[in-house]
Design a protein around this ligand. Structure first.
Ligand code: PGA
Length: 260
């Protein structure tokens, strides 16, 4: 079974405004989120690509209201408890109630800045899947870990924590995002990315099942641009992208269409 190409846009907290000949970063706003969504709605998109965008939580409903049907919205995070006194958190049921069908989890900015560990991320993954929400599960190594040859160990232990809690992988998309490539302009080479994607797939085959290994989308994230996406998309084990900075610009359309 061919895996459907998948492109996610991670708006993070900020938005890049495209002016004439210059760009600058600002925090997302009602106006800028509508502008980006207008750009996506008006573009001709490869109908074979699954597209999911992840605006800041405050704008999830706005985004759902404006984004055209057929394209989906992801939260950037969700909590692992169903309800209760958890100030500042959002539950899986609240996402579903708002027609938000996906969530990112385990993004390195949350693992590092907010100190979310593998167990917590896995527990949130289980909660999302149990509630019927798809999960874009992010994993990846730091530069130091890569330089000491720990890349595969780091990524597989992040995945192992999920395996211990989750049986059904059909709604998981794995995003391999080397931390040193995120927001740095330093994209992993096609060989570096393919090598890790292939290692993740063989881990899935050995530790989960051949079917899950065959069917799970493994997407790449980290400085993906309209310039490097074509070559990356031709790699056997790269099934799409998770795009940060470039998802806020017209380049996102080229990335969605990179597999044409
Ligand atoms: P980037 O971010 O494309 O800006 O490097 C990717 C991500 O953090 O998901």
């Amino acid at each position: 079974m061919a895996r459907q190409f998948f492109v996610g846009g991670n708006f993070k907290m900020s938005v890049v405004l495209c002016g004439v000949g210059r760009e600058h970063a600002v925090n997302g706003s009602v106006e800028t989120i509508k502008k980006i969504i207008g750009l996506i709605n008006d573009a001709k998109l490869d109908p074979k690509t699954e597209v999911v965008i992840a605006p800041p939580a405050l704008y999830l409903l706005l985004a759902r209201e404006h984004l055209k049907p057929g394209l989906e919205i992801a939260a950037q995070n969700v909590f692992d408890k169903p309800n209760g006194a958890f100030t500042g958190e959002i539950s899986v049921d609240q996402l579903k109630d708002s027609n938000i069908t996906w969530t990112l989890l385990g993004h390195s900015e949350r693992r590092v800045v907010l100190q979310e560990d593998d167990q917590f991320v896995a527990s949130k993954t289980k909660a999302a899947l149990d509630g019927g929400i798809g999960v874009i599960f992010c994993c990846g190594e730091s530069l130091e870990q890569r330089e000491s040859n720990k890349t595969i160990d780091v990524v597989t232990s992040q995945l192992r924590a999920v395996k211990e809690k989750v049986a059904d992988w059909s709604k998981i998309v794995i995003a391999y995002e080397p931390i040193w490539a995120i927001g740095t302009g330093k994209v992993a080479s096609t060989e570096q990315a393919q090598e890790v994607h292939a290692a993740i797939r063989s881990w899935l085959k050995k530790e989960v099942s051949e079917k899950v290994a065959e069917e799970t989308r493994i997407i790449y994230g980290g400085s993906v641009s309209e310039k490097n996406c074509k070559d990356l998309s031709k790699q056997a084990d790269i099934d799409g992208f998770l795009v940060g900075g470039a998802s806020l610009k017209p380049a996102f359309i080229d990335i969605i269409n990179s597999h044409l």
